[in-house]
Write a protein that binds this ligand. Structure first.
Ligand code: CS2
Length: 514
């Protein structure tokens, strides 16, 4: 590389042998890597997680497992990864520590934002034996409270009427399976890597519901030729910023428009339920298990529950990132107490893991100041996240007659976050959530009347199942926290819930002592 030139060169295959020694490069001959799997939704998370595991595996046991990256939604991949021959820099950052590595597992990228045809071409090809995906919670077009396909979803309505030109993930996958059945008939494993509970079951449900409505035997073919394992995926990898791109240029002297930044921790637990050959990710740190549920609950309720709580309460407290929120003494005390007292007892035993140690490890991860995870990013699509992160543990506790005073606070936080984005509340911040319009309409019609607001929002039964919404203790806790969050001192809700919890704790220990 010509370090003296004014315009630094852009990362690409030609630059691989000229990079500074601090930047690791793929440990295998990439020119001989053939595609064997596809990934839908090539965002920061995929680049920091599945693509890195695959890169590790290729270096350890080379095989035909190149990834074809497909986007059916923005951004356009051709402008970034496409120009760079699929290469990008993966930075691992922890406070002042930085580790840079070029990931080579993505061999080709395909933009299919305007039409599903390019995506279908890849997904129906006989070379592709596995499809992984990170299409976000709302990409599944399911009803969050039940997991069923949302037949009222505009993209599903469109796709059922136009099955050959689908727009939705379920519609595209069903069509790809139909094409595979009509051509070579080879099986396919469809592996969801999104953060939704029982993601394989949800994926299978939405694709099967779609296939059943095609009424051409596709659903039966799928039952024998497609597998939908569930998986728990974990690594904090926030949206990449211009700062990250500039840093790579400044530190290493080349330009990379597809940098990905993550924390050191990573985990991948995959249900052993495959339709054919799959990459041996278990050789490089992933775990293949019979049941991912205990791992999934642990991760979603502890790490993700903490993130969502810190995100909405953090915004209400005027804090920018997770690391800022957890540095706040009140929020930090709250989050530990909530996880230890209310969340931990809802977890089932997790093979090989100690849940208390996991809580401490998770809190440590959230303190990483080099990971600039914006509270607004985590609060995005909160309606799709709170069921698995907060409402399910609340439901489990209520079933056993246990307290839910702490876990109810972030539920009110989610409400307050969307309410204050409405016109009537002065549009305090821009939000992005499929239910933002609905909550804003409620807020505009209701004004600052916490009981009425909470009541109307709890009546959204696609998020709050009616049994939970009717629970008096839950309603009271959410309403009282919401009332304070909409005041001039939103953190009063956090303080008071801790005080009340302390009083209840003292009472319990006195009773036990008697
Ligand atoms: C975050 C997750 O934005 C969010 O919803 O909570 O992306 C989180 O960082 C990952 O699940 C960590 O594995």
């Amino acid at each position: 590389m010509n370090a003296a030139s004014a315009a630094p060169e852009t990362l690409g295959p030609a630059l691989l042998d000229q990079l500074p020694a601090a930047v690791q490069t793929p440990g295998y001959d990439r020119t001989t890597l053939a595609p064997g799997m596809a990934h839908l939704g090539v965002g920061a998370f995929h680049r920091c997680h599945q693509a890195e595991y695959t890169d590790d595996l290729l270096a350890r046991q080379f095989d035909r497992w190149g990834v074809v990256g497909i986007n059916i939604r923005p951004p356009i991949l051709a402008d970034t990864l496409g120009r760079q021959g699929g290469l990008y820099t993966r930075l691992i950052r922890e406070n002042s520590h930085i580790e840079a590595r070029i990931i080579g597992s993505i061999v080709r990228v395909v933009d299919s934002q305007d039409s599903a045809a390019p995506a279908l071409g890849v997904l129906s090809s006989s070379d592709i034996e596995l499809v992984t995906m990170t299409v976000t919670e709302k990409g599944y077009c399911h009803v969050p409270s039940s997991g069923a396909l949302d037949l009222g979803h505009p993209d599903i309505v469109h796709d059922l009427a136009n099955p050959h030109a689908p727009r939705s993930v379920p519609g595209i996958l069903a069509r790809a399976l139909e094409m595979r059945r009509a051509t070579h008939g080879r099986p396919l494993t469809l592996l969801s890597c999104d953060n939704i509970p029982a993601n394989g079951v949800i994926l299978e449900t939405v694709v099967r519901s779609f296939a059943e409505r095609r009424g051409n035997g596709l659903a039966d073919w799928m039952a024998a030729n497609a597998a939908f394992p569930s998986a728990m995926v974990d690594r904090i990898a926030p949206a990449v910023t211009q700062d990250d791109l500039d840093s790579v240029e400044q530190w290493f002297g080349y330009r990379d428009a597809a940098v990905a930044v993550g924390e050191p921790f990573r985990q991948w637990v995959i249900e052993q339920k495959f339709a054919g050959r799959v990459p041996r990710w278990d050789l490089v740190g992933a775990t293949f298990v019979d049941d991912v549920t205990p791992f999934e609950h642990l991760k979603m309720r502890v790490l993700n529950g903490a993130q969502t709580t810190l995100a909405t309460l953090g915004v209400l407290a005027g804090l920018e990132h997770t690391s800022d929120a957890i540095a706040d003494p009140l929020l930090s005390a709250f989050i530990r107490r909530m996880l230890v007292e209310e969340t931990l007892p809802t977890l089932m035993p997790v093979p090989g893991m100690d849940p208390s140690a996991y809580v401490e490890q998770s809190l440590g991860r959230l303190k990483n100041t080099a990971i600039r995870h914006r509270n607004h990013q985590i609060a995005t699509d909160g309606s799709q996240k709170i069921v698995q992160r907060l409402l399910n543990p609340i439901r489990d506790r209520l079933r056993l007659g246990q307290t839910i005073g702490l876990l109810s606070v972030p539920v009110a936080g989610w409400m307050a976050y969307l309410i204050q984005a409405s016109d009537r509340f002065g549009k305090r911040w821009p939000v992005s959530d499929p239910y933002a319009g609905k909550v804003a309409a409620i807020a505009d019609a209701t004004g600052r009347d916490a009981p009425a607001l909470a009541s109307a929002i709890l009546a959204i039964d696609t998020i709050f199942d009616p049994g939970l919404a009717a629970n008096a203790a839950f309603r009271a806790a959410v309403t009282s926290a919401l009332n304070e969050m909409l005041s001039d001192d939103p953190m009063a809700a956090v303080r008071h819930s801790l005080e009340q919890d302390e009083v209840a704790r003292l009472k319990r220990s006195k009773q036990q002592a008697l």
